[in-house]
Design a protein around this ligand. Structure first.
Ligand code: ZN
Length: 997
């Protein structure tokens, strides 16, 4: 009977969380791209040419700034002299020292190839909603430098080039790409760069023979784009300190030199501008995506026609340097840093085309070889382009808002955009050029501020709405839990006409305002949930009153109220400290160290009675506390993998040796052991064998990949066998089931063990062992403390629940005991363990870093989808363990299977709400991006817990445990410990398979 409200609750939880995750998209991920802007170009008399006739853009994909300039020994030394550090990109360096301007180009997050290229070439920071399309497709057509050019020819990866080709006027951009098969991970990735250089060389050779092509190349305003993916691929495979990466840098430098010389001699007019940069950097562990400075700092070197010569400060440290460039040996050359989108503005200026219409880049004047008048002109045009976007967006907003509030700096005191532009024009005419430049720069800042203002116009209202929604959900969920699992659903909701009227008119009012301002359809859903939840809570106010009596009935004195308050504060404090754990994993270390002493709280007599268990708990907590101190970014360590695997094998063998002891609930039987279940023992043996096999295969594959001899096909096949076979083993146990819960936990443990070994990079195997030990001791300790508390205090809590009061006997309706305050703590422990299942071996960054060592033992070729699926499998395994254990605990404590899960679903949104509040609305995109991902993870957690309940039901199907018999005993008044022991004994000493129902 309870299954219908439960299913309804789950369905509401799922829909609510999915819908509310999208609120983030409406608040933070609204695309900044609009259309309908006028174009602005620097007006020149027909007699004067733009700074350059053509532009060549080289992008060293994944080249981080310091590696481009540092000195390193020869990657593949042949003589002793090669060991002396030297710059590995001598050609680019000569441009910095003698011919051009250089600096660091700072990217935004996500530091991925697509947004990086969009910033470079279109001058806009793509909204993160592009994530949802995998950054492959063009979610919105945006303008780009290539689309402004007379014609663009591009060479490189099929993942990057097509988006600029498809977004542009048909026929304007030519993209020459290699096939995806060339991006094979195990082959040498410099092949990708050679492919590009070779094809460009062929292309110019062809132009000498082909008159049409020759003429096309000789036009003005043409762009050549060379996308060099090799560094990104070698960086992922071998990391940026590797000889492979550094060698690839040499290849790129050589290629850039050859292409530069080729183009210079093809045109021989010195009218070509060259820009070399990267789309994003690369972390020390060979990844990118997050906002670590190594990922956001890329080199920018420009030279050729229209570019300023280096500013030299002999014998001094030139301006612009910091500790980053301290070891570049370029101290005497001025360093000019830019934001990544500024590169688009620079290139548009150099080749003499309009700024791309969506560009927010600010022209870096120090890169220009131009007089101050030209710089002032260019800045003004730049500012006009940005203001134009503001104008279009503001008009759009004005047309839908009832009472539009304009952006103050662009409306007050008559300082309209037009007026400010005219003022700057006046300054230029009057020759106040410095001032004009300053004013234009200030105007650009104001314009960007205005764009941001419009982008965040709806935030205050939406955030308030979403917050009320989440609070409503928490209240609604707790009310439902009280209704179902404390009162066992014997109270009906009571609705009044006035109440219905109030709630429905709130909804109607909200919908009316959405309708008038043409709000997105999703707003209607955001408004629906808060009204729905709070109405539900209001209708069930009687349950709340009744539930308060049941749960808090024993709290009558002032002191106990204070105590309850104190406990609640600690409770919420722990949940919020988990939020800090998302950023600082060490928080979990502290929680585990504190948790290790938990049994002490039950006093000396408890410790005396459960010494071994308390010690086991203490040790496993202590072991768990170490993992969050280890780095989340792991370096492959074969011996740690093998130690972890060996411990799993030893646990399996110990189980076989001491099966009788374990199945008797860790007591030595005095009577003869029951008949042994030989089939299940044999199957456990096979599982141990599979774990051993996975260790052998993993070791061999890891060593051969480290030696770069590729993955032998035999290893790959065996790898898949040890990955798949263990998951079939649980089916075989049906031949002769052993329903004892300890046996089931061991089977689950051994089922996932081989997978965990083969997908491990370093210490994760040790974590798997410690985590399993912790879970088993947790389940046993919870039961022990529960029985202990019952026995010791004749339990006012349960007595209240089970003797019932006015509305009859709740126990009659349900086979399960009602929840008590004690269970709230169990739910909290579960929640902490849930977090540690993820954060013990990694963090958000390490997941997005996508470390591939482990999965390349199974899939050596780069295949993000399948490799990602394997990584997710590995992430999920600890959760499978935890859900199996919680399922067993549920049974042993005698509460309804879903009860504890539902409590966690309610409290987990305290975390979600916390993350929703701390989402940054200002500051760097690094902060905004990471806080948003935390919010999404926290929201999904609730859905995830709902799924875990299903997983746990699957794992523990048919398991029999010694349940709450003791409860009966205790409640019946015979609370002496001897009695408990006796019941304990009779229930547990029976062989599991023959235990009476
Ligand atoms: Zn990239």
């Amino acid at each position: 009977m309870a299954s219908f409200p439960r299913a309804r609750f789950m369905a509401i939880a799922l829909i609510f969380h999915f819908v509310y995750i999208f609120s983030i998209f409406d608040i933070y991920f609204v695309s900044p791209i609009v259309s309908g802007m006028r174009l602005f170009a620097i007006e020149r008399p027909t007699t004067s040419a733009p700074p350059a006739s053509r532009l060549v853009l080289f992008v060293g994909d994944g080249l981080r700034a310091d590696k481009a300039f540092q000195a390193h020994p020869e990657p593949y030394p042949e003589t002793d002299k090669d060991l002396t550090p030297r710059p590995l990109a001598p050609f680019l360096r000569s441009k910095v020292l003698e011919h051009g301007t250089f600096g660091v180009s700072h990217t935004r997050v996500p530091t991925e190839s697509r947004p990086g290229h969009v910033a470079l070439i279109a001058g806009l920071y793509e909204d993160v909603s592009a994530v949802t399309t995998g950054w492959k497709m063009n979610p919105v057509n945006f303008d780009s430098l290539f689309n402004r050019s007379q014609h663009t020819w591009s060479w490189g990866s099929p993942d990057i080039l097509p988006m600029f080709e498809q977004g542009a006027v048909p026929g304007r951009v030519d993209a020459f790409t290699y096939g995806a098969e060339l991006e094979d991970f195990s082959s040498d990735a410099v092949a990708l760069d050679y492919w590009v250089f070779d094809h460009v060389k062929e292309f110019f050779a062809e132009a000498e023979r082909n008159k049409t092509l020759y003429n096309a190349l000789k036009q003005d305003k043409v762009v050549f784009f060379l996308h060099l993916l090799g560094l990104d691929t070698t960086g992922h495979s071998y990391r940026p300190y590797s000889k492979e990466y550094l060698h690839n840098l040499k290849v790129v430098d050589k290629g850039v030199q050859e292409i530069t010389e080729l183009i210079d001699s093809f045109y021989s007019d010195d009218r070509t501008a060259f820009v070399f940069t990267a789309d994003h950097g690369m972390s020390d562990w060979g990844s990118h995506g997050d906002g670590h400075p190594n990922n956001t700092r890329t080199p920018l070197i420009a030279w050729g026609s229209g570019v300023a010569k280096p500013e030299l400060y002999p014998e001094k440290v030139a301006p612009g340097h910091d500790e980053l460039s301290a070891d570049w040996n370029l101290d005497h050359v001025r360093r000019h840093d830019v934001a990544q989108a500024d590169v688009a503005a620079l290139m548009a200026y150099l080749v003499g085309v309009e700024f791309p219409t969506n560009s927010v880049g600010e022209l870096p004047l120090s890169f220009l070889a131009a007089d101050i008048r030209e710089k002032a002109e260019a800045s003004l045009v730049n500012a006009q382009g940005i203001l134009e976007q503001y104008r279009v967006k503001e008009e759009k907003k004005k047309s839908t808002e009832l009472r539009y509030r304009p952006y103050r700096p662009l409306s007050e005191n008559g300082l309209t955009p037009e007026r400010r532009v005219a003022d700057i024009r006046q300054l230029i005419v009057a020759g106040n050029l410095e001032e004009a430049i300053e004013e234009a720069a200030a105007l650009m800042k104001v314009g960007l501020g205005g764009l941001r203002y419009l982008q965040t116009y709806d935030w205050l209202f939406l955030r308030a709405l979403i917050t009320i929604g989440y609070l409503g959900w928490i209240a609604y969920a707790l009310t439902t839990v009280i209704d179902l699992h404390v009162l066992h659903g014997h109270l009906q909701p009571s609705r009044t006409t006035v109440g219905c009227l109030v709630f429905s008119s709130v909804l109607v009012a909200l919908y009316a305002s959405f309708l008038s301002s043409k709000s997105p359809i999703s707003y209607y859903a955001y408004a629906f949930f808060p009204v729905f939840f709070w109405e539900g809570v209001f209708a069930r106010r009687n349950s709340l009153v009744e539930g308060r009596k049941h749960l808090f009935g024993h709290i009558d004195s002032g002191a106990s109220v204070v105590g309850l308050f104190f406990n609640c504060a600690i409770y919420v404090g722990i949940i919020v400290s988990l939020a800090l754990g998302y950023i600082h994993r060490e928080v979990l270390t502290i929680l585990f160290i504190l948790g290790a002493f938990w049994p002490v709280a039950y006093g000396f007599s408890f410790l005396q009675k459960h010494t071994a268990l308390s010690v086991a708990w203490f040790l496993s907590c202590a072991a768990m506390s170490t993992f969050t101190l280890l780095p989340a970014m792991k370096v492959e360590d074969v011996s740690l993998i093998l130690i972890g695997g060996a411990m799993m094998v030893v646990i399996g063998i110990l189980y076989l040796a001491f099966e009788d002891f374990v199945l008797a609930d860790f007591t030595w039987l005095e009577k003869p052991s029951p008949q042994r279940n030989h089939i299940s023992r044999a199957l456990v043996g096979i599982q141990i064998g599979l774990t051993l096999l996975s260790m052998v295969v993993t070791r061999s594959s890891a060593l051969s990949l480290q030696a770069k001899t590729g993955l032998p096909p035999g290893n790959q096949v065996m790898g898949w066998v040890v990955l798949v076979a263990p998951f079939l083993m649980p089916l075989l146990y049906r031949l002769q089931p052993n329903t004892h819960y300890m046996h089931r936990i061991l089977v689950v443990f051994l089922t996932c063990a081989p997978t965990f070994v083969i997908l491990t990079i370093s210490y994760e195997g040790l974590f798997y062992v410690a985590f399993s030990a912790l879970l088993v001791s947790w389940v046993r300790l919870e039961l022990a403390t529960y029985r202990f508390t019952l026995a010791k205090t004749t339990i006012p809590k349960v007595a209240t629940g089970s003797t019932g009061k006015s509305e009859g006997e709740p126990k009659l309706d349900s086979p399960f005991r009602p929840l008590t305050l004690h269970d709230a703590r169990v739910a909290l422990f579960f929640f902490v363990l849930l977090q540690s299942a993820f954060f013990s071996t990694g963090n958000v960054a390490s997941v997005s870093a996508f470390s591939l060592e482990s999965v390349s033992r199974l899939i050596p070729v780069f295949d993000p989808f399948s490799q990602g699926a394997l990584l997710i499998l590995k992430l999920m395994i600890p959760f499978a363990l935890i859900s199996a254990n919680l399922g067993i605990l549920n049974k042993r404590l005698g509460v309804a299977p879903s009860a504890l899960f539902m409590v966690v679903m309610a409290i987990s949104d305290i975390l979600t709400l916390y993350f929703f509040w701390v989402v940054k609305d200002e500051g760097s995109w690094l902060e905004i991006g990471s806080t948003i991902s935390h919010f999404i993870i926290a929201s999904l957690l609730c859905i995830f817990v709902a799924l875990l309940e299903g997983v746990s039901a699957m794992f523990i199907a048919g398991v029999e445990v010694a349940g709450p018999e003791v409860t009966e005993t205790a409640v019946n008044g015979a609370a002496a410990e001897t009695e408990v022991k006796k019941v304990n004994g009779t229930a547990d000493d029976l062989p599991a398979a023959t235990k009476p129902e």
